[in-house]
Design a protein around this ligand. Structure first.
Ligand code: PLP
Length: 394
């Protein structure tokens, strides 16, 4: 049996999404920038996808800029906002648990002479992994141009207090970007309620294709383009539109919007069943992160005394695909920056696994995972040279 529990890394394309895309990889191959009929058909499909993506997040279609994914949307938000400001000194505020698409962009901004403040997150049991909005307020400076705080963290699933931060940003007159790549399709998002000026999403995290995403840009928000070319995306992101991909994100957004309530209830119940069963049957297992404020599909658990990489490989041999952290960090021997920021010891961070469920996850798959994981942890613990917890009794 193969059980995929790594939906935060990526998801399969939903059949209805594939069906919607296929014509645009075949007969409907027109360039959305062309005036003739094939071009108009492509343009109509792009316009309709823009409406559907806008509807998913409560935006206007004109506020959606299609990109090549979450990474590009994050880069455009950061570099585009900073480049649009004429202030002589510039400052950005972000958090220690952001995805590398933000953190590495901030490192580059620093190399370009821009000040960056990285706000820590809570390390206390109740709110582990959540940023305190007051820390954001305290980090503000007269030269602050942008605050960038993610919505749901990709490793812990913890949802950040974005609405409060939105109010702080508005009071201070500072632009606010939110990386909502791990939230779109999992929880409802409304750009006005959140108080964001910019928000990133990525299709492949909600059953759309890889290589397409969107940046929401509130009307009137200054944003300098980072690419130069034709006039696509109202000059904010030139380049011939990826029509099949854009149709794909549009259909995925429509499905996510229609299925959100049903999906989140069902997936949340399955996640809770998996989590409770593992806490019950694996001695010393722990859940990492604020359990009260999480996306419904994610659990991050530590199994002290068992190395995450060894667990990952053994589980894969048993047909279970999960993750030790962000997919792009796999292969790295460093423990996850998110888990360290959330206060885990290096050893506990190295013994952690992320299980993330998705729309296709079934109860039978969860039962299989529950039947396999405890014995795999026990075996790895028994083989481990330093195994303080292997002999521990519950
Ligand atoms: N931001 C977050 C929180 C993510 O989890 C990811 C992907 O893992 C990204 C950004 C990057 O998105 P993409 O894979 O579309 O470039």
């Amino acid at each position: 049996m193969r059980v995929y529990l790594d939906y935060n890394a990526t998801t399969p394309v939903a059949p209805a999404v594939l069906e919607a895309m296929l014509p645009f990889l075949g007969d409907d191959f027109g360039n959305a920038g062309s005036v003739h009929t094939p071009g108009q058909r492509a343009r109509a499909a792009v316009d309709s996808a823009r409406e559907s993506v806008a509807a998913l997040i409560g935006a206007k279609p004109s506020e959606i800029v299609f990109t090549s994914g979450g990474t590009e949307a994050d880069n455009l938000a950061l570099f585009g906002s900073l480049a649009a400001s004429a202030k002589p000194r510039k400052h950005v505020i972000t958090t220690a648990i952001e995805h590398h698409a933000i953190l590495h962009s901030c490192e580059e901004l620093e190399r370009q002479g821009i000040d960056v403040t990285i706000v820590p997150v809570s390390q206390s049991d109740a709110s582990r992994g959540a940023v305190d909005p007051e820390d954001i307020r305290r980090a503000l400076r007269p030269e602050t141009i942008l605050i960038s705080v993610m919505h749901a963290n990709n490793e812990l699933g913890v949802i950040q207090p974005v609405e409060e931060i939105g109010r702080i940003a508005a009071e201070a007159g500072v632009r606010f970007h939110c990386d909502a790549v791990q939230s779109a399709g999992k929880v409802s998002l409304d750009v006005d309620r959140l108080g964001v000026d910019l928000l990133s999403i990525s299709a492949h995290k909600f059953c759309g294709p890889k290589g397409v995403g969107a940046l929401y840009v509130r009307s009137g928000t200054p944003l300098a383009p980072r690419f130069f070319g034709g006039h696509a995306e109202r000059d904010r992101r030139p380049g011939t539109e990826n029509v099949p991909g854009i149709v794909g994100i549009g259909k995925a957004a429509e499905l996510a919007r229609n299925l959100l309530g049903e999906d989140s209830q069902r997936i949340g119940d399955l996640r809770d069943r998996l989590e409770s069963a593992l806490l019950e049957s694996v001695p010393n297992a722990r859940v990492n992160g604020d359990r009260a404020h999480r996306v419904p599909n994610t659990t991050n658990m530590s199994f002290p005394g068992a190395g995450g990489e060894a667990l990952l490989i053994s589980l894969d041999l048993q047909g279970i695909a999960c993750s030790t952290g962000a997919a792009c960090s796999s292969g790295s021997t460093e423990p996850s920056h998110v888990l360290l920021a959330a206060g885990l010891t290096r050893d506990d961070a190295r013994s952690s696994l992320r299980f993330s469920l998705g729309r296709p996850t079934t109860p039978v798959e969860i039962d299989y995972a529950i039947s396999v994981i405890p014995s795999v942890v026990a075996r790895i613990r028994a083989l481990s040279p330093r195994e303080p917890h292997a002999a521990a009794v519950r």
